[in-house]
Ligand binder design. Sequence first.
Ligand code: MLT
Length: 268
Amino acid sequence: MHQIAVANGTIGVFAQGRGEPVLFVHGFPLGHDMWRGQIDAFGPNHRVIAPDLRGFGESKLTGATANTTLTMEAFADDLHVLLHAVFVDRPVVLCGLSMGGYIAWQFFRKYRDQLKALILCDTRATGDSAEQAAGRHKLAEQVLTQGPMAAVDAMLPRLVSPKTAEEQPAVVSDLRKMILRNSAVSIAATLRGLAERPDCTQMLPNIDVPTLVLCGQHDQITPLAEMKTMAQAIPGAQFVEIADAGHMSNMENPKAVNVSIDRFLKSI
Ligand code: MLT
């Protein structure tokens, strides 16, 4: 992992290989390890860049307090800085899952020149409803008083499909480990940023890069119907349903996700 200095912290970045740069942006509250199945598949023929976002995994957030907010825009700004730091000097394919997708909207808005294509996995363009935002603030308080285990209890049961939970215990335990290694302050700060993220629906018709949209068949967090509608609003976007997967489609069915990504990368 490279350690890249950014404002108030450092970002741990896995960067390896040569060729078309593909930037993998993880979901909440995880880390770059969630992309292991894609790093292994695409690393040999691409430049694969997979950061631990500010405050997650091997990245460090300094000077944060119990009241800090980490916005999707701040994460996108970090991606912009770290791409330069790992010597990526051409537009990237940004592949983001869930929160990684929320960050992708901000990256498109601010750094369009650095973007060649988008792969949006299990994500949405809308912001939180008042009720969802209130739930995030409540969970932030619980995480600060009880620790990251409160985030495991609230999120883990909804991240994977029932079939994955039964048949792939390693996926569940990897997710648990990824959540538990993050600090309560970082998780709470990101929950606040998620709650206040803007609605990006208006941006969809203006997306002018090739786009692939992937969604797990049993995704409970960003369901199929909503993602299909989102994909239809992006000019020319391709939509692929990933069988036997929930929200963490790339971990639950890496084979199907990798086939779709590979086909897409060869087409752009
Ligand atoms: C994620 O996977 O990044 C989260 O589920 C996003 C969210 O809670 O909206």
